[in-house]
Design a protein around this ligand. Structure first.
Ligand code: MN
Length: 350
């Protein structure tokens, strides 16, 4: 397992040198953030980013994300141009040595929470999703501003895109995803870049928009659309685990033994009675997921892909990007490293 850490580039309040100081850190997970969605990332920008990462003695192996233009998800005729651009991004990133590209296929909104700074008992703050809060929100009234999604939408722009989705139900979204995969996976195969779709977060429809990368049946369906190792998963324990119908250990076992997981996002969440959830520290007793069992399952199946601690809480007075501070994610990284080292050593004693 290769330990990795998300970094938002030179504007990230977390310095890459600090990430380097986390023992056993192997690769950075990053992206080009100042090119509009759907456009080709200039190769010189990719080279510059790679040089910055390598100067910190870290690998430039994982990109998260190359975002998918909304027209591709909507299946509009203009998608062909954006699909060609996407293929070019795969080729250019492969040229720079990238091994895995993470992306998602969620309409309009990326990951969604109702509050970004909920104070927990221990005084740390965290991201939460409370169903009663969500039900009261109306994105079309401009009441919603969350960091996970494209804040460039105006109120009118958002109303327009919601309107377009009126004719895109789950089956239509599957068809649009199929078209996209059949175009890009052959390019990924050629370039030896593993594509790794991130599950929808949370894994069910919100605001009436369709969501399909949500549960075991749908993950099976996804993998069969193009039955290639290059058409794989980012298995995010917190995203899939935030619905009680998903048994995360079972999903990790199934898809890692099929060699279809290329990237693991590991974090813990505490599921509440009504289906709401709070993000917690990685340590298993803090949340509803058994992190040791998840890592043990990966280890048993010989998983050698990338793992990153996913979100963290804000602790020790740190300020910065919600979910992406240094301290709690570094604690998560060390917790994961401790589990992996223990499993390795127990294994070599056999
Ligand atoms: Mn994730």
């Amino acid at each position: 397992m290769k330990l990795s850490f998300r970094w938002y580039g030179t504007n990230d309040p977390v310095k890459i040198q600090y990430i380097r100081q986390i023992p056993s850190m192997y690769s950075i997970v990053t992206a080009i953030y100042d090119v509009p969605v759907g456009e080709v990332w200039p190769p010189e920008k990719i080279k510059e980013l790679k040089a910055t990462v390598e100067a910190a003695d870290l690998m430039f192996d994982v990109i998260e994300s190359v975002p998918v233009h909304e027209d591709i998800k909507l299946g509009l005729p203009s998608r062909e141009k954006y699909i060609e651009n996407y293929k070019q991004n795969i080729r250019n990133l492969a040229e720079a040595g990238v091994k895995v590209i993470c992306y998602n296929f969620m309409p309009v909104f990326d990951w969604t929470r109702t509050q970004l700074d909920k104070t927990l008992k221990d005084g740390s703050t965290t991201l939460v999703y409370y169903k009663d809060q969500l039900e009261k929100m109306d994105p079309l009234k401009g009441e919603l501003s969350l960091p996970g999604w494209d804040s460039s939408y105006t109120k009118e722009g958002l109303a327009e895109v919601f309107d377009k989705y009126k004719s895109v139900d789950e089956e239509a979204l599957w068809k649009n995803l199929e078209h996209f995969l059949k175009e890009i996976i052959p390019v990924a195969e050629e370039c030896k870049v593993k594509m790794a779709i991130h599950p929808d977060d949370p894994p069910y429809s919100i605001f009436g928009l369709p969501r399909i990368i949500t549960n075991e049946g749908n993950l099976d369906r996804f993998l069969k659309i193009v039955d290639s190792e290059y058409n794989g998963l980012t298995l995010c324990t917190g995203s899939l685990g935030s619905a009680s119908f998903n048994d995360v250990v079972r999903l990790v076992d199934k898809y890692s033994s099929m060699n279809r997981i290329h990237f693991m996002h590991i974090r813990n969440i505490k599921l509440l009675e009504d289906g709401s959830f709070e993000e917690t520290a990685h340590y298993s007793p803090c949340g509803s997921l058994d992190i040791v069992k998840i890592v043990q399952t990966l280890h048993k199946n010989g998983f050698d892909g990338y793992v990153r601690p996913d979100h963290g809480r804000m602790i020790w007075g740190e300020t910065g990007r919600a979910g992406y501070g240094l301290y709690d994610r570094a604690l998560g990284a060390m917790y994961l490293t401790g589990i992996i080292e223990t499993l390795d050593k127990l294994d070599s004693k056999k």
